[in-house]
Design a protein around this ligand. Structure first.
Ligand SMILES: *Cc1c(COP(=O)(O)O)cnc(C)c1O
Length: 415
């Protein structure tokens, strides 16, 4: 070990501080494919236990879908294991082009560029199209990867209050002197499950000559009548300039991301985006699996329809069981608890009841807004959903929070 004991102690102290604040992330090992029912080793070294998974981004249940696995096998056999290259040198196969074209038509956009992940798409898109005389105007609760991408570019940066269109309009007026304006938002916000008011944002972007970028990572595949996303939901499919999204959530759950949008903007990303130029290509089996995912979703809405039914059932039953959920329509359902320790304790007790969920608290969400975030999937059956609600009712009763609103829970447990 090259470093001194003193240096090492500083890092050990950092870890201790995290533990003392009660926000240390424990290891959990899944010893089965991803799905509604999983085998989990937790705590580390404990015997495996079968539990129901209610915290994956596996919205459409495609992570272990037989047709997707078969397509990935075929991709492995026909195009190999990996590219050993970035996209622009020798890392682009015909199947990368095929997936890009399929994504363009699925999302209703002119062109698409694949990236190793959506984090990388977000890291590359802003620097590729914006200069110091431009301004980005972003919702205050956008995803961390968008924040990081914005940090990497030279444009000016401003924000508007979460989903507050009056405030956005004010900022657009203020920045009329800039060369370009780019509005940035998540389609579905991952912590609250809110849908951004994309129709109003499109109107504002036209009125004030601004471009619009939407990160659709928690929407692609299931929001909108045929699962195209938030822009389909709001009837503005032809009005979005840029979408970034991931293949790591509803669209198969493996990895990869893309920028999709106006063809000249996508071309600029192809010329300039650093993760496209300097990070390895999406692996062929994953590209082949993702192509199958888009084919399946283009043919039938069966899975997003089942997800919608599951979501409705869960939301209704949780409300009648007296749990305090954040209202909405998406399969992201926060069970609001406000107090971090309460969220942590209840999640542990849910695990004992055979339900895998996680407590979220500061800094993942605002202080005083701790919760257990439940995510529904088309892979869940009615019995799974009912078992999850029953477990929440039982554990909620143990902590005496059934029927309580925000004020009552905070009076009892503090924030
Ligand atoms: C998950 C997520 C990402 C990152 O996607 P990866 O492909 O896993 O890098 C980006 N943006 C949003 C809004 C996300 O939820």
């Amino acid at each position: 070990m090259a470093y001194s004991d003193k240096t090492r102690q500083a890092f050990v102290d950092d870890i201790e501080t995290i533990k003392k604040r009660g926000i240390f992330k424990e290891k959990r090992f899944i010893c089965s494919p991803q799905g509604a029912v999983i085998d989990v080793e937790y705590p580390e070294g404990a015997p495996r236990k079968e539990v129901l998974n209610f915290c994956a981004n596996n919205y459409l249940g495609l992570s272990s879908h037989a047709d997707v696995i078969k397509a990935a096998h075929e991709g492995l056999d026909s195009r190999g294991y990996g590219m050993s290259s970035v996209r622009f040198i020798c890392g682009t196969q015909d199947i990368h082009r095929e997936l890009q074209d399929k994504m363009s038509s699925f999302l209703g956009m002119e062109d698409t560029l694949l990236f190793p992940s959506c984090m990388d798409a977000n890291a590359g898109v802003f620097e590729s199209i914006l200069e110091p005389e431009d301004v980005i105007i972003a919702d205050r609760l956008i995803h961390a990867s968008l924040v990081d991408g914005i940090r990497l570019c030279s444009a000016q940066y401003d924000t508007f209050k979460h989903m507050n269109m009056k405030h956005l309009e004010k900022k657009l007026e203020l920045h009329q002197d800039k060369r370009h304006r780019l509005i940035v938002t998540d389609g579905v916000f991952s912590m609250d499950g809110d849908l951004c008011p994309l129709d109003e944002m499109c109107e504002l972007s036209e009125k004030y000559d601004a471009m619009l970028l939407v990160d659709e990572s928690h929407a692609s595949g299931f929001i909108g009548r045929t699962g195209r996303g938030t822009h389909e939901h709001f009837g503005v499919m032809d009005k979005i300039d840029l979408i970034t999204t991931t293949f790591g959530k509803a669209l198969g759950g493996a990895s990869g991301g893309c920028v999709s949008g106006r063809k000249e903007l996508v071309e600029l990303c192809r010329q300039k985006a650093r993760p496209y130029l300097f990070s390895n290509s999406m692996a062929p089996p994953i590209v082949a699996g993702s192509i199958k995912v888009i084919e399946v979703l283009s043919k039938t809405t069966e899975r997003r329809d089942k997800l919608e039914e599951n979501t409705q059932r869960f939301r209704e039953k949780m409300t009648s069981a007296g749990l305090n959920i954040r209202s909405g329509v998406t399969p992201i359902v926060p069970v609001m608890l406000y107090n971090a320790k309460l969220a942590n304790d209840m999640a542990r007790d849910m695990y004992a009841e055979g339900i895998y969920v996680i407590g979220f608290f500061f800094p993942v969400v605002a202080a005083g807004a701790a919760r257990i975030r439940v995510q529904l999937s088309a892979a869940h059956e009615i019995e799974h959903i009912d078992k999850c609600v029953d477990a929440f009712a039982k554990v909620g009763d143990k902590y005496g929070i059934i029927g309580m609103d925000k004020k009552a829970i905070i009076d009892k447990y503090g924030m």
